[in-house]
Design a protein around this ligand. Structure first.
Ligand code: SF4
Length: 755
């Protein structure tokens, strides 16, 4: 599992000269984000300046990480790329396919049986192509990456939107689709639109009940789920340096919830402490040697307005604990206002479950602070009113927390310790009673709280909070419990108050682990066989998508006009569908089943224009495909927000959708559509969304002269014989247009590898 210190030293060796070249070219002091970007240019030294929010730039990431749900498709694609070994250090992590039900041991055993063929596939394909493999139970990808691979000033990509977590250790870590990961593993450059920069100045110091989680809950309230789109968020100030490294990871992690490309912090002593505590003295020493390059130039933080596109200031000394939700992570409510907000909005006050874990908040520090609340509860004669569950972030965290007595403390409070895995955070939760679909409230320390996310019940009101607040609220059983002011009645009928949490940033006796769950790849994998059964329901080898036919697209049918929020969860649902992530045809049966049809406000119920009947979206699309008719999906704002899963782009492509036309896209999803050879288009005039009618037949014109910055035309043929012509924009550059023409980026990679 050894991190690649030689690779890190090579990266650092280039830093001084590359940053100097960039500084000269840009002609002003540089932010940390710019330093890392310019130090990772594919071409080497900068030779031109880039316009934030506009220029597409090729980068050379240092690492790739993949989780089991997305790794399947990423590696199936990599197998099609014609290469013998990955070109950059890469890892695969088994964390998404383990359902939380009764507790760690039994749940893990069941997952190892149920998903055996997937884990075996990932283990063997990793072994063959030089990829580090983290077995089921080893931990959640982002916690494992932070503990083992993240390094200050590095750039990595990962097939998961919370890859951004590694910003806690001063990286630029970015969530991508499997197709991007495939490119980088194949030794190709990785393209990104040069991001805009948001600076967040943290003054003061966290205290009492307030935790790093509350910083990002506050930021999410300010910026909303779209506010970070196309931006890197760079945190700085005394409040930043006074926070732990894993706390910084929490803040960066939830940058995904504001749509940010990534978030980061400058290298500081908390990072050095974390590197040394996780057995990486040589990385800390190497980072110390170029310390000045691993944070912004001094002028930047002195006058941030001059250097960032937007600046936010938060005084940590005054920050209150927050609860964000329900149904969206940007609905931020300070705990002191929760009672009135919950009453006003009719949110169920009784809390049924408190869940601690997820990549966001499952560090040693998180568990120790939550355990301090649990211990007080036991000592003061309290019990939990809500059910209580814990998912440690990694085997190293679990083993150490167990050694230090924290897990026992949770169990004393009747908590269930689940596997070191995603579990309820990704809907892998066999929650008793969830199928009754009753209105209820849960509180968790995760990052996402979209409807149905944790338990599949659309009536579960999920609120996001820090682990210590989750513990306190689970004990009280009430959403409006404010531990800063309220008391609880204990078993003796006495009123008791919980003291603010305490905990250890790092274990006093050091981290320990027996078996971390790592499998190193074979030195020479040429004889390793990767077996995929042709009859498997879980895995399916890919066939290349067809190239563009060279003509305008005429006679397309409207498949669905999606209304309102349409996240990647709506397009390609998680939960029970996770098991088909490696089988494109089977998982396509969930395509857009969560999207709301504008015309009848129902989900998974659209008109089949060939029969006039209403039916499920996938079945309707399969009918169009069988008839040789293409279709188009229409969407609202920020279409495809949420995760990086390329299935949300591959499924429509596989089933014959030709274009997705929306008011605006989430970045990763738009790129994923392009990679798969789909047309991702936006209304030039957003009001034209209203011109799309249920029985429309649609032409897309201008493709034979498809060029960057040139709009296309769409003709809407309405049922009554009338028609509308509208202009649609796109953000394809010349290379992306080639992807479209070839039928997908992979078709080009394979062709080039064969040369
Ligand atoms: Fe796993 Fe949840 Fe983190 Fe995604 S957000 S990696 S599902 S723990």
């Amino acid at each position: 599992m050894a991190f690649d210190i030689d690779m890190i030293k090579r990266v650092y060796a280039n830093f001084p000269s590359r940053i100097e070249a960039a500084r000269k070219l840009v002609g002003k002091p540089l932010t940390l984000s710019e330093k890392i970007l310019y130090a990772h240019l594919w071409q080497g030294d900068a030779s031109e300046t880039y316009t934030r929010g506009e220029s597409y730039v090729d980068f050379a990431p240092d690492r790739v990480a993949m989780q089991d749900a997305t790794a399947q498709m990423a590696l199936l694609q990599f197998m099609q790329a014609g290469r013998a070994k990955v070109a950059v250090p890469s890892t695969a992590h088994c964390d998404h396919l383990i359902q939380a039900k009764v507790g760690a041991e039994e749940d893990l055993k069941r997952a190892n049986t149920e998903s055996k063929e997937v884990f075996d596939f990932l283990g063997s394909v990793s072994n063959k192509y030089g990829i580090g493999f983290w077995k089921p139970g080893a931990g959640i990808i982002h916690q494992v990456v932070l503990e083992n691979y993240a390094f200050p000033g590095g750039m990595m990509i990962g097939t998961d939107s919370h890859t951004v977590n590694a910003g806690g250790l001063g990286m630029l870590a970015i969530g991508v689709g499997g197709a991007d990961a495939c490119d980088v593993m194949a030794g190709l450059p990785w393209e990104l639109k040069f991001p805009k920069l948001i600076g967040v100045k943290l003054t003061g110091k966290l205290n009492g009940w307030t935790a790093p989680k509350d910083v990002i809950l506050k930021v999410a309230g300010i910026l909303t789920v779209k506010g970070g789109t196309g931006c890197i968020v760079e945190y700085f100030g005394e409040g930043a340096t006074s926070m732990s490294c894993t706390g910084k990871g929490t803040i960066c992690n939830m940058g995904a919830e504001i749509g940010a490309t990534t978030s980061t912090f400058g290298y500081d002593e908390s990072m050095e402490r974390y590197l040394r505590a996780t057995n990486r003295d040589d990385v800390a020493d190497a980072a110390n040697a170029i310390k000045a390059h691993l944070t912004a130039d001094a002028e930047v933080y002195a006058e941030p307005e001059k250097y960032f596109d937007q600046v936010i200031e938060i005084n940590l000394s005054e920050l209150e604990p927050h609860l964000n939700g329900p149904f969206t992570p940007d609905l931020a409510t300070p705990i002191s206002q929760m009672k009135q907000e919950a009453e006003k909005n009719g949110w169920p006050m009784k809390v049924e479950w408190g869940l601690i874990g997820s990549c966001t908040n499952s560090s040693y520090e998180d568990l120790s602070r939550a355990a301090s609340i649990a211990k007080q509860a036991v000592d003061k004669g309290l019990s939990t009113k809500a059910d209580f569950g814990i998912n440690p972030g990694s085997e190293q965290v679990r083993f150490t927390a167990d050694r230090d007595g924290y897990l026992k403390t949770f169990e004393d409070l009747n908590a269930t310790v689940f596997t070191n895995a995603c579990g309820p955070c990704i809907g892998m939760w066999d929650r008793v009673g969830a199928d009754k679909q009753e209105k209820n409230t849960i509180v968790h320390s995760f990052n996402r709280n979209f409807a149905k996310r944790a338990d599949g019940n659309p009536n579960t009101f999920a609120f996001v909070a820090s682990p210590e607040m989750v513990a306190a609220i689970a004990i009280s059983g009430r959403l409006d419990f404010n531990p800063l002011t309220d008391t609880l009645t204990n078993a003796n009928g006495e009123q008791v108050k919980l003291d603010p949490p305490t905990g250890d940033e790092l274990p006093q006796k050091g981290f320990a682990v027996d078996d971390p769950g790592y499998q190193a790849p074979a030195e020479d994998g040429s004889n390793v066989e990767v077996i995929v059964s042709p009859t498997s329901h879980r895995l399916q080898l890919l066939e290349p998508f067809a190239a563009w036919e060279g003509t305008d697209l005429l006679g397309l049918k409207l498949l669905i006009k999606a209304k309102g929020k349409c996240t990647t969860d709506h397009i390609s649902m998680a939960g029970p569908w996770l098991k088909f992530r490696g089988h494109l045809d089977n998982i396509s049966n969930n395509m857009l089943i969560g999207a709301v049809n504008f015309f009848n406000e129902k989900t998974d119920d659209v008109k089949n224009q060939l029969t006039g009947e209403y039916g499920p979206v996938p079945a309707t699309q399969r009918a169009y495909k069988a008839a040789g008719i293409g279709s188009i999906v229409v969407g609202d704002e920020n279409y495809g927000e949420g995760s990086s899963r390329e299935h949300a782009a591959m499924e429509p492509r596989h089933l014959g959708v030709r274009a997705v036309l929306v008011k605006s896209f989430a970045r990763i999803h738009e790129t994923n559509l392009k990679k798969q050879g789909m047309l991702g288009l936006t209304f030039a005039n957003k009001e034209d969304y209203n011109k799309i009618l249920e029985d429309d037949t649609i032409d897309i014109l201008g493709l034979t002269s498809f060029a960057p910055n040139t709009p296309l035309t769409i003709v809407l043929h309405h049922k009554d014989g009338s028609k509308d012509e509208i202009l649609v924009n796109h953000s394809y550059n010349a290379q992306q247009i080639e992807w479209f023409k070839a039928g997908g980026a992979l078709n080009i990679i394979r062709k080039n590898a064969a040369k």
